[in-house]
Ligand binder design. Structure first.
Ligand code: HEM
Ligand code: HEM
Length: 463
C-alpha cells in the first residue's frame, strides 16, 4: 500500500482540501444560476447548462461537497484527537474519501446530461446513493474502532455530534431517497413529498447541523483557551436535537394536503427548536465570555463565532417561517432562498471554514499560509452573504405580498430584476472568497511555515 495512504491524518487533509475545491465549483455554478435569473438567454440554452440542470449541481455541490466534505475532514481529525488516539484505519478513511467525492462528482457529470432523480436534495442517481451510503457506513466503522481503542474515557460532545451525524445519515438517507425503488428513487403521489422532505430537512438538520455544532464545540474552547462553559448543557442540547429535528420536514409542505397531524407535529417541534439552538449559542457564548477579543481576533475563531451568530439568525427566522399563517407570505419565493443561504453558508459554511483554518495547521504541521487571506475571505463572504440575506428577504416579501394581494406573477417579475442583478453582483464576492480560500488552503499544505514541536504541542493541548 502506498505510504501516502497510511500517513496519519492524510485523509482528513484530503477531505478539507476537497471541500475547499468544491466551494469554488459550487460558487461557479451558483453564479451561473444567478445569471440565468437575470438573463435567461445568456447561455443560449446550452443543453448541459440550462437552469434545471445546473441549479441542482450548485445546491448539491455546496451542501454535500463544500460544507459536508470539509466538516467530515475536520471530524476525522478532532474525534481521534479528543479520544487521545489515532484514527483506526487511515486507508479505510481514504476509501471513504474516494466514494464520498465520487458521489459529489456524479452531480456535475450526471445532472448536466439529465441523469437525475429530480427530487430536491435527493437528485443523485441510485449508484451514487449507494456510494454515499458505503462511504458513511465505512466512516462509522472506522469511528467505532477508533472509540474502541481510545485512551480517554470521557466522550466530549463533539464526538457525540460527529457520530450522530454519521449514524442519522446512514438511517435517514436511504429512507428519504427511497433507495428501495432504484429506478425512480421516489414514491408515487403526494406521499413522496413527505419522504422527500424527511431527507430534505434531515440533510441540513441531522447531517450539516451536528457536524457544524461538533466542530464549533471543538474550536471555540481551544481558541478562547477556556474550558467549555457546561458539558451537561452541551449534551442536553444534543438530545434535544435528536428529539426534535428528526420529524419536522413537514414544515416544508405545510401548503400541501399532507395529513394535519403531521403538519401540527412539524410546527410544534419547529418552534421548540429554540431550546437546542439557544443551548448551543449560550453555551459557546459563555465559553468565550471575558475573552471575546481573543476569539474574534483569531481568524479561525472569528469565522466559527460568525457561524454561531448566523445560526442564531437562521433559527430565529426558521421557527417563525414554520407558522402556517406567516408562511403564506414567505413560502414559494426568495425569502426561503435567503434562509437557505444564511443557514448553509452562514452557519454550516462559516463553521466549516473556521474549523478548517484551525485544524489544517494541526494536521499538516504547517502554519496557515496567510492569515491575511483568511481575513480577506471572511470579509468577502460576509459582505456577499449579508447582502444576499437583505436582498433576498426584501424580494421575497415583495413577491409574497404581491401574490397574496392577487397580483399575477408576470406583473411582479419586472420588480424583481434589480434584486436579481444585485444578487448576481454579490455572488462575485462569495466566489472570490471561495477562490482565495482554496488558494490559501493549497498553499498551506504545500508551503506553510513548518511549526516547531512546541508550537504544535501548545496548539493541540486540551483545555
Ligand atoms: C457565488 C455565490 C452563490 C450564488 C451566486 C448563489 C446563487 C444561487 C441561486 C441563483 C440559487 C437558485 C435560487 C432560485 O431557484 O430562485 C441558489 C440556490 C441555493 N444555494 Fe446558492 N449561491 C451561492 C452560494 C451558495 C453557498 C455558498 C451555498 C451553501 C453553502 C448555497 C446554497 C444554496 C442552496 C441550499 C440553494 C437552494 C435554496 C432553496 O431551494 O431554497 N449557495 N443559489
Ligand atoms: C430552528 C431551526 C429551523 C427551523 C424551524 C427551520 C425552518 C424552515 C422552514 C419552515 C423552511 C421552509 C420554508 C418554506 O418552504 O416556506 C426551511 C427551509 C430551509 N432550511 Fe431551515 N429552519 C431551521 C434551521 C435551519 C438550519 C440550521 C439549516 C441549515 C443547516 C436550515 C436549512 C434550510 C434550507 C436549506 C431550506 C431550504 C429548503 C428548500 O429548498 O425549500 N434550516 N427551514
Amino acid at each position: 500500500m502506498p505510504n501516502a495512504l497510511q500517513k496519519p491524518q492524510s485523509a482528513a487533509t484530503a477531505f478539507m482540501l476537497a471541500g475547499a475545491g468544491w466551494f469554488v465549483v459550487g460558487a461557479l455554478y451558483g453564479m451561473v444560476s444567478a445569471i440565468h435569473l437575470v438573463a435567461p438567454e445568456f447561455f443560449s440554452n446550452i443543453p448541459w447548462l440550462v437552469f434545471g440542470r445546473e441549479r441542482p449541481i450548485h445546491v448539491n455541490t455546496m451542501l454535500y461537497g463544500f460544507t459536508g466534505t470539509m466538516l467530515i475532514g475536520c471530524g476525522l481529525y478532532y474525534v481521534p484527537a479528543l479520544l487521545k488516539t489515532r484514527l483506526w484505519s487511515e486507508p479505510l478513511a481514504w476509501v471513504c474519501f474516494v466514494l464520498w467525492n465520487l458521489t459529489i462528482l456524479s452531480g456535475p457529470v450526471c445532472f448536466s446530461f439529465g441523469y437525475t432523480q429530480g427530487r430536491e436534495y435527493s437528485e443523485y442517481v441510485w449508484a451514487a446513493d449507494l456510494m454515499l451510503m458505503v462511504a458513511v457506513v465505512l466512516a462509522i466503522y472506522n469511528m467505532v474502532m477508533t472509540v474502541a481503542q481510545r485512551n480517554e474515557s470521557q466522550l466530549y460532545v463533539s464526538v457525540w455530534y460527529f457520530f450522530g451525524a454519521m449514524l442519522w445519515t446512514a438511517c435517514n438517507y436511504p429512507i428519504g431517497n427511497v433507495m428501495w425503488h432504484p429506478k425512480t428513487g421516489a414514491m408515487p403521489g403526494l406521499i413522496d413529498s413527505i419522504f422527500l422532505w424527511f431527507w430534505g430537512h434531515n440533510l441540513p438538520g441531522l447531517l450539516i447541523t451536528p457536524l457544524a455544532t461538533g466542530a464549533a464545540y471543538y474550536v471555540i474552547p481551544r481558541v478562547a483557551r477556556m474550558p467549555l462553559n457546561s458539558h451537561t448543557l452541551s449534551l442536553l442540547g444534543f438530545w434535544f436535537l435528536v428529539a426534535l429535528y428528526t420529524h419536522i420536514g413537514g414544515h416544508h409542505v405545510l401548503q400541501s394536503p399532507i395529513p394535519n397531524w403531521l403538519k401540527t407535529v412539524s410546527v410544534v417541534d419547529s418552534v421548540s427548536m429554540v431550546f437546542p439552538v439557544s443551548i448551543v449559542v449560550i453555551n459557546l457564548w459563555m465559553t468565550a465570555r471575558g475573552v471575546g477579543r481573543r476569539v474574534w481576533g483569531d481568524p479561525a475563531g472569528r469565522l466559527v463565532m460568525g457561524g454561531i451568530v448566523w445560526y442564531l439568525v437562521t433559527c430565529i427566522q426558521g421557527p417563525l417561517q414554520s407558522l402556517p399563517y406567516l408562511q403564506r407570505v414567505t413560502h414559494f419565493n426568495n425569502w426561503t432562498i435567503g434562509h437557505a443561504h444564511i443557514a448553509m453558508l452562514g452557519f454550516g459554511g462559516y463553521i466549516a471554514l473556521g474549523a478548517m483554518w484551525h485544524i489544517l495547521p494541526l494536521v499538516t504541521g504547517r502554519s496557515v499560509y496567510s492569515n491575511k487571506l483568511v481575513n480577506l475571505q471572511f470579509g468577502l463572504i460576509t459582505f456577499g452573504l449579508t447582502g444576499f440575506f437583505l436582498d433576498l428577504t426584501a424580494v421575497g416579501l415583495i413577491q409574497g405580498s404581491a401574490w397574496n394581494n392577487g397580483e399575477t406573477v408576470y406583473r411582479v417579475l419586472p420588480e424583481l430584476a434589480p434584486f436579481m442583478i444585485t444578487r448576481a453582483g454579490l455572488g462575485i464576492f462569495i466566489l472570490t472568497g471561495a477562490l482565495v480560500g482554496f488558494y490559501n488552503a493549497v498553499m498551506t499544505v504545500l508551503g506553510g511555515r513548518r511549526l516547531a514541536a512546541e508550537e504544535l504541542q501548545r496548539a493541540e493541548e486540551p483545555v
